[in-house]
Design a protein around this ligand. Structure first.
Ligand SMILES: Nc1nc2c(c(=O)[nH]1)N[C@H]1C(S)=C(S)[C@@H](COP(=O)(O)O)O[C@H]1N2
Ligand SMILES: [Mo]
Length: 426
């Protein structure tokens, strides 16, 4: 499979490398002399390790499962100097260790403005009022009775990559890109609830508000509410995690994470936006001419190579699969290109199914590394034709006073020893 792919992409692969990966298909074991599995052969099976010589733990030894102890390094991390404390702060998903497009619930990034409340679902209520015919106060039991839908969508904080607007300063995939995660969300369409309350014809906007100490609130155009917004109570098959807004959150597909209000308790319809703190003082972009862009909800197309990366260097010359993630708030990813020379030449990467709208999409490209320095980059093009910009292009349009919406191309510098560094090209 990989071999066929490599041929199609005209990557010059040695026969030894192809056989090494194709052993199961051909029945020939031909690991290279430098291969890590050289001691394995058909005539001498692996020695019995202690775990093969005794009976293991029984079922419900762990009534709620958890990862192997050996995976203890696969955790969310924060940047201590970034915020004054952890209650109004961010933790980042360990993208360098994740596979597929779904973020495990325990590794979904966290963004709190006033810490994580522990909300009692029996006491929680969702109020829908303002310019509606029949205001409602819904319990969780009421909400789960509505027709349900499940959808896979990413949530990205627009501050993802915000620390790199002026220069490359954090040599890390996790810290520069880990404010994105993707889950299967289950709940009720916001349009279903709005139908239930009856939207008055003057209504144009909705104010959505959380039950946390921050009472985080944002204004959303009614059109978006009626289009694809979801009021969700489940995440990857189980109840929402407290970190993600248990028992109820809003998911606004493809828009900046800030509007996906957690611990959702109120939706008020009105004629105009509310201009809350989070859409004036914060989550606006200071432009070079001193004006400020507001309501920049859309997550423009973005991609990043997740292997190799600073946390996962190369272990010597040979065949690798460059892997990464791409996404766009504008619908589906159409194509991802990968460059090995800092954006001079580009090759088309393979997209992995499923390619879903407003969800993470996997891509890969086989690569035989010759041990020489390289500059790895990925560039996504979405279904609208939008092309992911370089950081230099973005700075020309937006200056360097922004915090939010840095969707620029990430460059990873490969050193001859296989180590990887976060760099920016002029
Ligand atoms: N009530 C409430 N909702 C909230 C927040 C918050 O602090 N309080 N943070 C917002 C921000 S800025 C982002 S990026 C997303 C993050 O979602 P997550 O913590 O599930 O990753 O939630 C949004 N919803
Ligand atoms: Mo955010």
């Amino acid at each position: 499979m990989l071999a066929k792919l490599a041929q199609r992409r005209n990557v010059a692969l040695g026969r030894r490398a192809i056989l090494g990966l194709g052993a199961a298909l051909t029945g020939t074991l031909a690991f290279g002399r430098d291969g890590a599995h050289a001691e394995t052969s058909e005539t001498s099976p692996p020695a019995d390790a202690p775990w093969s010589q005794s009976i293991g733990a029984g079922v419900v030894d762990r009534p709620y499962g958890k990862p192997a102890d050996f995976e203890a390094g696969v955790i969310r991390r924060n940047v201590p100097w970034l915020t004054a404390g952890t209650e109004s702060s961010i933790s980042f998903s360990p993208l360098q260790h994740l596979n597929g497009i779904i973020t495990p619930n325990g590794l979904f990034f966290e963004r709190y403005h006033a810490g994580r409340p522990d909300v009692d679902p029996d006491q929680h209520r969702l109020m829908i009022h303002g310019l509606v015919e029949r205001p409602l106060l819904l319990t969780m039991k009421d909400i789960v009775r509505f027709p349900s839908v499940s959808r896979i969508h990413f949530i990205e904080c627009p501050a993802n990559g915000g620390m790199e607007w002026r220069a490359a300063q954090l040599n890390s995939l996790q810290f520069n890109h880990g404010m994105i995660s993707c889950a299967e969300w289950t709940g009720v369409k916001l349009s279903t609830l709005l139908e239930e309350v009856g939207v008055k014809k003057e209504a144009r906007w909705a104010m959505v508000e959380g039950a946390d100490g921050a009472h985080m609130n944002r204004s959303l155009p009614l059109d978006k509410c009626l289009d694809d917004c979801l009021i969700v109570y489940a995440q990857n098959g189980e109840a929402l995690r407290p970190e993600q807004g248990y028992p109820l959150r809003l998911v606004v597909p493809g828009w900046e994470g800030n509007v996906s209000i957690k611990w959702l308790r109120r939706i008020k319809l009105g004629e105009k936006p509310w201009y809350s703190r989070e859409e004036t003082s914060k989550y606006t972009d200071l432009m070079p001419d001193g004006t400020s862009r507001g309501f920049t909800w859309l997550i423009d197309a973005k991609s990043v190579i997740t292997f190799p990366c600073p946390e996962r260097p190369l272990s010597g010359p040979g065949l690798y699969e460059i892997r990464g993630l791409a996404w766009t708030g504008n619908g589906k990813v159409k194509r991802v290109d990968v460059s090995l020379d800092g954006g001079i030449n580009w090759q088309t990467a393979q997209l992995h199914e499923p390619v879903l709208s407003k969800a993470l999409t996997r891509f890969s490209l086989p690569w035989r590394w010759d041990g020489k320095p390289a500059l790895l980059e990925s560039r996504v093009i979405d279904e609208t034709g939008y092309v992911q910009p370089t950081i230099a292009e973005l700075r020309r349009q937006r200056g360097s006073n922004s915090v939010y919406h840095n969707n620029s191309i990430q460059t990873w510098q490969v050193k001859p020893d296989g180590s990887i560094f976060d760099v920016q090209l002029g």
